[in-house]
Design a protein around this ligand. Sequence first.
Ligand code: PLP
Length: 429
Amino acid sequence: MILHPGESNASYTRQSPATHFHPMATKNLNLSQLTGEKTYTEIVFSQVWGKVEAYKASHQQQKIFMMAFGDTTQPLPPTVVEAMVDAANCLADPKTYTGYEDITGNSALRQAICDNYYHKKMGVELESSEVFISDGAQSASVNIQDLFALDNTVAVQDPAYPAFVEGTVLAGRPLVNLPCEEENNFIPKLPSEKVDLIYLCFPNNPTGAVATYEQLQGFVDYARSQNAVIIFDAVYSAFISVPNVPRSIYEIEGAKECAIEIGSFSKMANFTGLRVGWCVIPEQLTIKNTMPGELNNLWRIRHAVKFWGTANVAQYGAIAALSPVGQQECQKIVNYYLKNADLLREGLEKAGLHCFGATDSPFVWVKAPQGLSSWQFFEKLLASTGIVGVPGCVFGSSGEGFLRLSTLGQQEEIKAAVEHLGALKHPMA
Ligand code: PLP
């Protein structure tokens, strides 16, 4: 059936194209703003990778220690593998075969996130209907903007995980930077102007900073007073090792009224390739023109329109990761990466460099010595040790003068890199 302008096959009203007539298809100008090596991925793959390739070509004996990528390297927990093999075998049998899942995610997984993650680990009470399974935190953290009007102003930490900024540009929403400076331990001040959405990420990528209860309470109080919503990225919560640091925004009083939380199995269980994450939209969350439960319901509708759930086999793996044995196995993996972070930070400090992070995240945020810029330090570290990081300025202008090193690699590699640092004839700072 061909629908003509004004005709509709549903009970909602379609906009007539006549008033927005274009002689041909036109490109999305927001999306095309991101071309020309402006995105993080393009910069890393062309500029960082390009410089490494050029260096390798002229220094063929030099060992390269790739610490630019935040990808995991360790195998999946055995319990997870077993559960996924079982799930795959069920799919092979007509008696146990299942197709589409509940579009908000496997109900046992949503319940396990409430019980074994939020309740057991931090005493936070949530209903499984408040948890939505996603195909990772990357898509969830950007897509969540679909809940809000296009003129909403978005505040983002600077430096930030790039998806928050690029997703905002793609949607065409106004953007405000919240500088994260060394003198404030990389915790931003409250916005000085009215903003509507605030991305917060703790433990932070790239700086590795964590926020205290008081600091997060300040943001929650701000959001409640301004009718703003916090989008809290807690992807690295499993890495928190210092005491008295909140792992979830819902540990903060009043947060259920003003915050959405994004979680992921990627870094806590090596699921980067499996793609399972989640997003919490509490019933109590309200904004200016909504009733309690309305945003939760809107997100369910959005799931039905643009997403139909993540892979069922991977979701069974995620359930296993949250079992008591799975949790022990996951903790071992996290401890392995934290040990890497500890080894690397110690080595860098012995070489005279000033480092941040590494205690509660798999990132070392290294200050460029002698007033070098991020890119100058990148080149110097590469030339003298073979270590490759990401220049801090790629994460935002306040990241200038820093370099991020990921410690999600193999421990032997980290140890070998540290030996190279130790072998430096002259301290770098
Ligand atoms: N959020 C932050 C802060 C991250 O560092 C990452 C991945 O590096 C993601 C989200 C994306 O995670 P996922 O693999 O779940 O999409």
